[in-house]
Design a protein around this ligand. Structure first.
Ligand code: PEP
Length: 257
């Protein structure tokens, strides 16, 4: 059995400027140091806004902190005439390891379709980074198609553009659970996570399905995280709102099954 190291990922969204980011990461790192956190048994990543990445990268390098750096978005295009875009190559140069693609706030707020998400995931992989591919159904999708159909379709589209052997993470995020204070039931999230893993197996082979981490996201807090991480097919959490409070995020990272 392949051991999947759980990943706790903090998506700050459009919160914390670069000065606040430094204070936040220092506080988080100290809290985890006090708790003697073993980064080898639970990996921790923060996803600040683009404007904070350089400050956070410098801090992580200077203090030799084992926190991973992530970005919230990436351009699907290579370096060039793309006003406002941020190239994957630039992120990789800042030691960004993870890149969120397909977040519902970009699918629904910025009209990004499956083709764009697939291109962004491929751009991240080509630059040596690991895309965190978000999939999830809206409340209307849930009513019309159940919980699995839309995440499956989104998964298939995103994986279609990836080369063999690519490393990626899947985040199952029911849209109705994001920022709502009403998370999915852990058993229900497990059911979808297990179906997604099975589909990865059909599409790309069992070894990849067994090695790939599937996260849950949607109103995760320190109170409910353990219930999700207990599930056999849930290998971590993508945390939004609760990740911008360093104490709360530290408690989430220290979940006990
Ligand atoms: C998210 O936006 O990815 C998310 C899971 O947000 P929240 O934790 O606030 O629901």
């Amino acid at each position: 059995r392949v051991e999947r190291v759980p990943l706790i990922a903090g998506n700050w969204k459009m919160n914390l400027d670069h000065l606040q980011a430094i204070a936040h990461v220092q506080k988080l790192a100290w809290s985890l140091k006090d708790a003697r956190h073993d980064y080898g048994s639970v990996e921790v990543a923060v996803f600040p806004p683009f404007t904070d990445l350089r400050s956070v990268q410098t801090l992580l390098a200077a203090d030799k902190l084992a926190l991973r750096l992530g970005a919230q978005d990436v351009s699907p295009q290579p370096v060039g005439a793309r006003t406002g875009d941020v190239a994957a190559a630039f992120l990789a140069k800042l030691e960004v390891r993870y890149v969120i693609v397909g977040h519902s706030e970009r699918r629904h707020g910025h009209g990004e379709d499956d083709g764009v998400v697939a291109a962004k995931a491929a751009a991240a992989v080509a630059a040596g980074m690991v895309p965190v591919i978000c999939v999830g159904e809206t409340a209307d999708d849930l009513e019309a198609h159940g919980s699995a159909a839309i995440p499956h379709a989104q998964l298939e589209a995103a994986l279609g553009g990836l080369p063999p052997e690519a490393e990626y993470v899947i985040a199952y995020e029911p849209v109705w659970a994001i920022g709502s204070g009403s998370p999915a039931a852990p058993e229900q999230a497990q059911e979808v996570a297990s179906l997604l893993r099975a589909r990865i197996g059909e599409l790309r082979g069992e070894p990849e399905a067994t090695a790939t981490r599937v996260l849950y996201g949607g109103s995760v807090t320190s109170q409910n995280v353990a219930g999700f991480l207990k599930q056999p097919d849930i290998d971590g959490a993508l945390v939004g709102g609760a990740s911008i409070d360093a104490d709360e995020f530290s408690r989430i990272v220290q979940f006990r099954k």
